[in-house]
Design a protein around this ligand. Structure first.
Ligand code: OXD
Ligand code: MN
Length: 581
């Protein structure tokens, strides 16, 4: 009998020959292996050791200054039929893409080691998890994959049992932005990434596998791969309810996933449990509910803005065994970023003496990588092979105006429209202009591996299978006042909104009907203990004229995905439109 690993062995041999790798190393994920890689990177300067007293086993990586974010314009979905990738993706013919990538990879690993990185996305013994193997020439990628996924021997054993895995090939090449491509071949379950070492481009388990390839796979298998955090909210009675929430990159998913309840809530016994901060795989269960797993095993979080007030749980896990990328450092070699504290850094993210004239000390998209096990609020259900049952799905955007603090969709179908119409101001997580409003359906604009029209159809079809579907909500923490300041305090106080959401799920509180959704009735959001009462009237206002304009913009946006926009979604849009007029 041929081993189920023979396909893997053959592929490794073929890649190694084509890339002319000097050595091949199969990663077992062990502590000893990790230590050897770290030592080697300390020697080459790929990693710098941080202050060993304050931050034991913490390292700094300074990337190439032109390689600091995801590159959406260089990211392609290569389906045999162009239409299947949809207007939401860049498309290249698979044969053309393979020819291009074969050219780039030819001989690119001369003098380098090819690392074979077997990994499992999701709890190692969950039937909902999926495996992959990343071949990479970057030890930085290996060290990060070890924190971000279940990497090494147990994953290889599962691959040997199942025989199926996603094939990812990565090389940093020369880090030349002119020779950089992130290619996805969903029909082949494969990924090829060349020319970047940045997380979202190079840690192939994350965006490439767990979102773009998985979303495609999920469509044919009847589940969803989403850009969502998963959080458990424990009420004073000790009941834990789970919420999955989609927000675009760098809009506070990590903070929300591990928020610390406001004091008045803590005193009563409210607790928050973290299951995941970025990616969520949702499967219908036999009981007609939706179950979620976090396919990742670590955080690749945005550092700036992470501080004692915004995310004390994150700070607590970042003082050991973490990799920092493109942060600044203090005089005594501690990692530092804007929003951490009042200290003045000594060195900026590029290694220069800090000078405010050069811009922020830490790169706005600087990151930390750390195992989820280090999170003080890590949920004891996060490893559950069956996943956690989801009561509410939340879609959030960053909008200065119009979108209220919270709004409930009438039903699943309306919720799909609410998610599909989401818009948000862009952030530094991807290259390009920051702060412009763009439509980002379900926060999946950069990550859906197929046509958005088909994706919405899949959401609608999946909803029909659920006899107890989660309720769907939209939130916006980012409303601004006339002076440009945020109206809602955010962070821990977002629990006030989650409390309302969960009370709605249990049918315990009233809501006010508007043409665009249900808003909290007067006094519906608990403000107990807030020293400054925010302008709730503005936060929960329904602006009829503004929504009329918005609905026109949504209609025009949806039209871009014709002829594949589901009839039911258009009917839903018509319903909202006529209610508005
Ligand atoms: C991320 C992103 O890194 O969304 O999670 O860019
Ligand atoms: Mn993300």
């Amino acid at each position: 009998m041929t081993s189920k690993l023979s396909a893997l062995n053959e592929w490794v041999d073929q890649v190694s020959a084509h890339c002319r790798a000097s050595q091949v190393h199969w990663c077992d994920g062990s502590e000893a292996e990790n230590q050897r890689l770290i030592d080697q990177m300390l020697e080459t300067g790929d990693l710098l050791r941080l202050n060993e007293q304050t931050h034991p086993d913490c390292y700094l990586h300074r990337s190439d200054p032109k390689d600091v974010a995801r590159v959406e314009h260089l990211t392609f979905v290569c389906t045999s039929n162009k239409e299947d990738a949809g207007p939401n993706n860049n498309w290249m013919d698979p044969a053309e893409a393979h020819a291009l990538m074969n050219g780039l990879f030819a001989g690119c690993m001369e003098g380098r080691t090819l690392y074979v990185v077997p990994y499992c996305m999701g709890p190692i013994d969950s039937p909902l998890s999926r495996c992959g193997v990343e071949l990479t020439d970057s030890p930085y990628v290996v060290a990060n994959m070890r924190l971000m996924t279940r990497m090494g021997q147990p994953a290889l054993a599962r691959i040997e049992r199942e025989g199926q895995f996603v094939k990812g090939l990565h090389s940093t090449g020369e880090l030349d932005p002119e020779r950089r491509y992130i290619m996805h071949f969903p029909e082949e379950l494969s990924i090829q990434s060349f020319g970047s070492g940045y997380g979202g481009n190079a840690l192939l388990g994350k965006k490439c596998h767990a979102l773009r390839i998985a979303s495609y796979q999920a469509r044919s298998e009847g589940w969803l791969a989403e850009h969502m955090l998963i959080v458990g909210i424990e009420n004073p009675a000790g009941e834990v309810r789970y919420v999955a929430a989609a927000f675009p990159s760098a809009c506070g998913k990590t903070n929300l996933a591990m928020l610390i309840p406001p004091e008045a809530y803590r005193e009563k016994g409210w607790k928050v449990w973290t299951v995941g901060d970025d990616i969520c795989w949702l499967h219908p269960g036999e009981d007609g509910r939706l179950y979620a797993i976090n396919p990742e095993a670590g955080f690749f979080g945005v550092a700036p803005g992470t501080g004692a007030k915004t995310n004390p749980n994150a700070l607590a896990m970042l003082d050991r065994e973490a990799i920092f990328t493109n942060v600044a450092t203090t005089e005594d070699n501690q990692p530092w970023w804007e929003g951490l504290d009042e200290r003045v850094p000594a060195t900026d993210w590029r290694g220069r003496d800090f000078d405010p004239k050069n811009g922020p000390a830490a790169h706005p998209n600087s990151r930390f990588t750390v195992s989820i096990k280090r999170c003080p609020s890590y949920s004891d259900q996060a490893e559950s092979p069956a996943g956690v049952p989801i009561d509410a799905i939340v879609f959030g955007g960053r909008r200065a105006t119009l979108a209220p603090l919270v709004m409930e969709a009438r039903d699943w179908q309306h919720g799909v429209l609410v998610g599909g119409a989401m818009a948000s101001e862009t952030t530094a997580a991807a290259t390009g202009q920051v702060g412009v409003v763009r439509r980002d359906p379900m926060a999946m604009k950069p990550f859906c591996g197929y046509h958005f029209g088909d994706y919405w159809g899949h959401w609608l079809a999946l909803g029909e299978k659920l006899t107890q579907p989660p309720k769907i909500f939209q939130v916006n923490w980012f409303r601004r006042d006339a002076d440009g300041g945020f109206i809602w305090p955010g962070f821990g106080d977002n629990l006030r909104v989650l409390e309302w959401i969960l009370a709605r799920c249990r049918g315990e509180v009233e809501a006010a009907e508007t043409p665009v959704g249900l808003l909290p009735a007067d006094g519906g959001i608990n403000l107990e203990g807030l020293t400054e009462v925010p302008d709730m009237e503005t936060l929960l206002a329904f602006d009829q004229a503004g929504w009329r304009e918005e609905i026109q913009a949504i209609e025009a946006f949806l039209a871009e995905f014709e002829p594949r926009v589901p009839q039911a979604l258009k009917a839903e849009l018509e319903r909202v439109k006529s209610a508005l007029h």
